[in-house]
Design a protein around this ligand. Structure first.
Ligand code: ZN
Length: 365
């Protein structure tokens, strides 16, 4: 009997110890520029489909319409709704009282990305111009940690990440816009992507490459070099929204969802990543919704464009699914949340403030 109690005590303490062990050793961060929470949680919007912003309405209805919200959103983002909600967490459904926001007052891209990566909604970062970010970012911090040196990389469709992440100072690989990738020992697939990129149409602009190229660079880099912190930044939904093209906006959202599924399938099939990698997916700002045409826009003068969302799936994050109510979360909290998942406390070199980690994500009280 005594022996049995001892065994039980031992196994109980072992369980406790095990429960406190952090499993995340790698992180993959994906952002989708300007994707509204309204589409993430409600799927396609019938008022916009019925407006002049949607051409080929029948095609759009066929691909994205179902009467029930729970079916409709799955048509738009099947990976989110079939996998993340089953095994991870999704924040920002205001219809359920779950609020996620940017803390910066500007509601456009550079301030949004600065907030996510530095944890500091710095009022000085109030332009999309090419100024070098003076604030230390999470990727820069991680690259200085033991085991992460030269294991941190970012791939972005928008060239502005060459300033947002200050790669020269940060000492990290940032491949942004139509920049060729230049890494020692690149395999033929990566070399071929450099060639392909030269021939790719510049549908969006000279400063922003189309997302499939960014995805292919990131995926192939990941497979060859196995970074421990990887950031992938998609842009097209924002561009299509500004253009007022709802069909393309929806098509691009579905495309990104498929890219993210490919990433997660790879992560869970590769021993270097499987069951020890956390994937975080979010956006840089929301967009308007009142009046309906305001879905094109965002900014401090566009009502509700501070409203955002984020998703997490990984070995340390409880599978709580779609989050309901609770405290409002802010994107300035994501940097410390990600650092904590990896077992670090993110302190910026210049001593700027950093938002607190979100404990429901890290699984720690
Ligand atoms: Zn925009």
């Amino acid at each position: 009997m005594k022996k049995l109690i001892l065994v039980m005590l031992f196994s109980a303490s072992f369980t406790l110890l095990f429960a406190q062990t952090r499993k995340t050793q790698n992180v993959v961060i994906v952002t989708i520029d300007g994707l509204r929470w309204q589409e993430v949680f409600r799927g396609a919007d019938s008022a916009i489909i019925n407006s002049n912003d949607t051409y080929d309405k029948n095609e759009v209805r066929k691909n994205f319409w179902a009467d029930a919200i729970s079916d409709r959103r799955k048509l738009l983002m099947p990976f989110f709704w079939n996998t993340v909600v089953e095994k991870g967490q999704l924040y920002g459904n205001r219809d359920l009282g779950c609020k996620d926001e940017v803390a910066n007052p500007y509601h456009f891209s550079y301030p949004g990305y600065n907030e996510i990566f530095t944890g500091f909604p710095d009022k000085r970062m109030n332009t999309n111009d090419g100024i070098y970010n003076p604030n230390m970012n999470l990727l820069e911090f991680l690259n200085k940690q033991k085991g992460f040196e030269n294991k941190v990389a970012a791939f972005a469709s928008w060239e502005r990440f060459s300033q947002i992440l200050s790669p020269k100072r940060a000492g990290i690989l940032v491949n942004a816009g139509f920049m060729p990738l230049d890494v020692p020992g690149m395999n033929d697939r990566l070399k071929y992507l450099n060639e392909l990129q030269l021939e790719a149409p510049r549908y969006i602009s000279d400063s922003t490459r189309i997302d499939f190229l960014t995805f292919e660079f990131a995926k192939n880099y990941m497979m060859q070099y196995k970074p421990r912190a990887l950031y992938i930044s998609f842009d097209e939904p924002d561009d299509m929204a500004h253009a007022g093209n709802y069909k393309f906006y929806l098509d691009r959202i579905k495309q990104e969802d498929g890219f993210i599924k490919q990433l997660w399938d790879y992560i869970q099939s590769e021993p270097a990543y499987k069951n020890k990698t956390t994937l975080i997916i979010t956006c840089d700002h929301g967009r308007g919704d009142e009046p309906m045409k305001k879905w094109h826009d965002h900014g401090s003068d566009v009502l509700h464009s501070e409203q955002t969302w984020f998703a997490v799936i990984g070995p340390d994050t409880p599978a709580s699914g779609e989050m309901k109510q609770g405290e409002t979360t802010y994107h300035k909290q994501l940097a410390q949340t990600i650092a904590n998942l990896l077992g670090f406390n993110f302190k910026a070199a210049a001593g700027h403030e950093v938002g607190d980690a979100i404990s429901s994500v890290t699984g720690k009280k």
